[in-house]
Each structure stands twice: as C-alpha cells, then as structure tokens.
Design a protein around this ligand. Structure first.
Ligand SMILES: [Zn+2]
Length: 191
C-alpha cells in the first residue's frame, strides 16, 4: 500500500491549479473494487482530464464492482519516497432519489476519528442527476436538488442535504399516490 496524503478537493486540486509549461506532473484516475483492488483508468497531463475520465466512468459504473475512486498527482522525474499525492477521493452509495447505485460522493479530509465524510455528491444517471453541493459563498451551507422535479433546497450540512433528497422523493411519491398527479407519475416512471 502506498502511503497517501489527504488534502485538496474534487475540483480544485489545491496547489495544482497553475498552467504547466513543462510536464512535471501526471494525473492518474483510479477506481477501487469491493475487495480494495485499485484499477488505473489512464494517465493524463491535466488534472481536469483525469476527473473527466472518472465522471465518464461513473455514468456507466452502476453494474460494476467499483465502489471508490480517486485521482493522484505523480511527480515526473522525482526520485524518492511518496512521488504521488491523492487529490481527492469519491465513494459510491445508493442514490437518495432513484435508489440505484449511481450516486458518487466526494469525501472530505480524515477526521480525528479516522472517518471521511461526504462533502458533495451527484447521481450519475442522467435521468436522475440528484445532487448535493457545498455553497461556494457560505461555507456552512449546502444546496441539494433534483432536476427532474425542479426542486432545490438549502440546508446546513451535507447529511441534511442527503436527507432533503430522500424527503423530496417521498413527497413526490406521496403526491403521485394521492392525486395521481401526472408530473409525479412521469418523474417516478423515468427513474
Ligand atoms: Zn439517482
């Protein structure tokens, strides 16, 4: 097992945002199966390309055994220990809306308890696309949404965002049962 440093975020990649004139780093998108075995999906010279590779993979990963993913930066022509840094890690869980295993959440830094909690997430089935994002102005705010139902909600934590999505699904299901609302029915059928 390669020791990894945990910092930086999904999109940002702190310290790696500059445009590179020379190739001094390469980026490796990797997925991990249920047994913990990693499979690299490629090597790119741009960090954004590595994340694009993962996103494309997530869209068709529902029936695979892969449950985690990460992107690493590797120093080129670096001799010594730890030539690699982990830039971000994702974990798959059942979607709070469509309940399929296509929801990938970005994990935060390891807490003092040794846990990593979700900080943002998205369902990668286009029909669903439920999401939770940290508000980029207010740190202590998260937004969650379900595009098919045109619903969004603002909440105080990532977990409340997850719960907000579960409630949205419940409300649409209940409305569909009560009024046989066409909108609710159509949305649920698409899922
Ligand atoms: Zn979903």
């Amino acid at each position: 097992m390669i020791p990894r440093k945990y910092y930086a975020t999904f999109m940002g990649g702190m310290g790696y945002s500059g445009v590179m004139a020379d190739l001094n780093q390469v980026f490796m998108p990797t997925v991990v199966d249920v047994d913990g075995k990693p499979t690299a999906l490629g090597v790119t010279s741009k960090e954004s390309d590595a994340w694009d590779v993962l996103r494309a993979f997530f869209a068709r990963a529902e029936d695979t055994e892969f449950i985690e993913a990460f992107v690493e930066a590797w120093e080129v022509d670096f001799i010594g220990e730890e030539p690699n840094n982990e830039l971000g890690r994702m974990r798959r869980r059942p979607c709070p809306i469509c309940e399929r295993s296509s929801f990938w959440e970005e994990l935060g830094e390891i807490t003092f308890k040794g846990e990593r909690k979700g900080i943002s997430g998205r369902c990668h089935r286009p029909e669903c696309s439920a999401w939770i994002e940290q508000n980029n102005i207010e740190d202590e705010r998260w937004d969650c949404g379900w595009p098919a139902a045109q619903w969004t909600k603002r909440v105080e934590s990532y977990n409340l965002g997850f719960r907000g999505l579960v409630e949205m699904r419940g409300a649409v299901t209940a409305a569909g049962r009560k009024r046989h609302s066409t909108m609710s029915k159509e949305i649920m059928e698409d899922l």
